[in-house]
Design a protein around this ligand. Structure first.
Ligand code: CUA
Length: 119
């Protein structure tokens, strides 16, 4: 049985080291979920996050100012057009949470909402 040559071992070792380094650097940073707001919806309309895991919601408006409000999750933000706003949360209690737009944005304002599922 021949031993694998050094020529093949080194690139494989380098890949393993790179994988370890990149997963270590990702571990400390919250996952970022991009959410787009526009009359009269949020896209995506539903996201799932894990209990106890910190996530950053990166909110952007495509048209006018919208609200982003869900009291039990501690979320109360205004999404101004042309700006991006980050909301970071670490949900503690599993469940389904409805985030509403609480900033009047037009005729369909009352139907503008999305779900955050915490599992
Ligand atoms: Cu969007 Cu009210």
């Amino acid at each position: 049985m021949s031993r694998p040559s050094l020529k093949w071992c080194l690139p494989a070792l380098a890949l393993v080291i790179l994988a370890v380094i990149s997963s270590a650097s990702r571990a400390g940073e919250p996952q970022v979920i991009e959410i787009s707001a526009r009359r009269f919806e949020f896209v995506p309309s539903r996201i799932t996050v894990r209990r106890g895991e910190t996530v950053t919601l990166r909110l952007r408006s495509q048209d006018v100012a919208h609200g982003f409000y869900m009291k039990p999750l501690g979320i109360d933000a205004t999404i101004e057009p042309g700006k991006s706003i980050d909301v970071t949360l670490t949900p503690k209690v599993p469940g389904s949470y409805t985030v509403i737009c609480d900033h009047f944005c037009g005729a369909g304002h009352g139907n503008m909402h999305m779900e955050i599922i915490v599992e």
